[in-house]
Write a protein that binds this ligand. Structure first.
Ligand code: GLU
Length: 481
């Protein structure tokens, strides 16, 4: 049987780190088995679901490049199907109408609690052989409950946690359709998993409590021959991610939405790499390409305990990916970050040149963009601290000599440029620093930039000469004044 996994977010907010990891694990499991990866938007909770959240989730999935197969399913477009299944379950006595009011159900629960039992609906409206049901009250729209097996056990075949066994007597006759007719979450999931032929349900372990209920519904659907899929999916309940303080990861810990990490300069591949390792290991390997993740990941090897989010490690993984990338692989993100500074339409070759010079110097793409802004902006001012430290009385003349030497060069190549600058330093019997730092300040406004030859190459002849001219004048005026 070929593998089909799914990611089934509820569109009530951004795609967060935990959701992204679940999506990644599902995607990996499908890809490594030549299976299918289904994307399903669980938007039945109309009060909490928003179109913005759907867009945000789809954008994040696209950025992470966790490509789904086939159409995107929306549960709100499947209400007819759910209604059809509910009608059949009702007809077969596997579900029933319940007219108990909320207050009555609460009283039943309270009574059970007093007896020392698990609080449950007491089955007043559940049809049983030989039982006479009460007369339905007039003017009350009933909810529909699923008739959960009264005895026996339900076993969750869980690839991460091992088999989990629950006594059915612990389970309620859960509501599968509300009084207004809308189906409930636990029911829709099962119909969908069956209709979509899902073989592996990989999700957060906050869903473990739902699973035995879903399994019982699934078995009832199989028994009724609803849908083509008759094999119960395997489950993999993935443990929570905790913040550094040991509490469940949340907004308190800073960025949790995946796209915030983009803004902070993380590469999608680095984020995925970090997430795959959060709860899973392959020897002591830390850095994984996409292909390596697909080759080595094993859902059955995901650890059962919670894992802790470590921002420092994420940063390190990001830096490793930036360093190891082919410059071409960095240019989409670089262009995106530059655009946030209003710099658009940069030539692909220029982006590649910038990325290859900067990739060894930056931990994030945000940093890479910021440290490359000087290439696109005139120097409006010189950092006073740097000026004080590096601009001496002799500096304007040195810079003027550099300017003239560079202007006489035939081409504009790193080696010639470096030799020219060195020549000026030697000719004046001063150290390289006395020339190099003023050049940096002249070209970028500050004392930090890639090596002098790289900086000159990236900036190009015209801008370099113009900026040197501007600096010679400015520094002369400064020293005269
Ligand atoms: N929609 C559920 C959620 O976002 C996931 C359901 C599932 O994976 O079965 O938590």
């Amino acid at each position: 049987m070929s593998v089909v996994t799914r990611f089934a977010p509820s569109p009530t907010g951004y795609l967060h780190i935990g959701g992204a990891r679940t999506a990644l694990y599902s995607w990996l499991h499908a890809r490594q088995n030549n299976g299918r990866f289904v994307l399903r938007i669980e938007d039945t909770d109309r009060e909490r679901s928003t179109d913005e959240a759907v867009t945000a989730i789809l954008d994040a999935m696209a950025w992470l490049d966790l490509e789904h197969d086939g159409e995107i399913y929306y549960q709100t477009q499947r209400f007819d199907r759910y209604a059809e299944v509910i009608a059949q379950l009702l007809a077969e006595g596997k579900a029933y109408r319940c007219y108990s009011t909320a207050a009555e159900v609460e009283a039943m629960r309270e009574a059970a609690r007093e007896r020392g039992d698990k609080p449950k609906y007491d089955g007043t409206w559940r049809p049983m052989p030989g039982k006479t049901l009460p007369e339905p009250p007039a003017g009350v729209d009933p909810v529909i409950r699923f008739a959960t097996p009264l005895d026996g056990v339900t076993v969750i075949p869980d690839l991460v946690k091992g088999d989990i066994t629950i006594a059915n007597s612990e389970l309620d006759d859960l509501i599968i359709a509300r009084a207004d007719g809308t189906p409930t979450y636990n029911f829709c999931v099962v119909v969908d998993d069956m209709d979509m032929g899902i073989t592996h349900v990989i999700r957060g372990d906050d869903h473990v409590n739902n699973t035995p209920r879903q399994i019982n519904i699934f078995k009832a659907l199989v028994d009724s021959q609803i849908g083509g899929n008759s094999e119960l999916p395997r489950y993999a309940h993935v443990p929570m991610i905790l913040g550094p303080d040991g509490k469940r990861l949340s907004k308190r810990h800073g960025a949790v939405g995946v796209m915030r990490y983009r803004e902070q300069g993380f590469l999608p591949q680095a984020l995925l790499n970090y997430l795959v390792r959060l709860g899973w290991a392959h020897g002591d390997q830390e850095i994984f390409t996409r292909e390596q993740m697909i080759a080595h990941f094993d859902i059955a090897n995901v650890q059962g305990g919670a894992s802790t989010f470590d921002p420092e490690k994420l940063l390190w993984v990001n830096q490793e990916h930036i360093k190891a990338a082919e410059p071409e692989e960095l240019i989409d993100e670089l262009a995106w970050h530059l655009a946030r500074h209003g710099i658009e339409g940069v030539d692909q070759d220029d982006l590649i040149a910038i990325a290859s010079v900067q990739q060894g110097r930056c931990k994030t793409m945000t940093e890479m963009a910021e440290q490359s802004l000087f290439l696109f902006r005139e120097v409006a001012e010189y950092e006073p601290k740097a000026v004080k430290k590096h601009i001496k009385t002799a500096t304007p003349d040195l810079l003027a000599q550099v300017r003239d030497t560079l202007a006489r060069l035939e081409g504009w190549h790193a080696e010639d440029l470096a030799a020219a600058v060195k020549g000026v330093a030697e000719g004046n019997e001063v150290g390289m620093g006395k020339v190099a730092q003023p050049i940096r300040i002249a070209l970028t406004g500050g004392p930090v930039s890639p090596s002098i030859d790289d900086t000159l190459v990236l900036l190009g002849r015209e801008a370099t000469l113009a900026r040197l001219d501007q600096a010679v004048d400015a520094f002369r005026a400064l020293k005269a004044g």
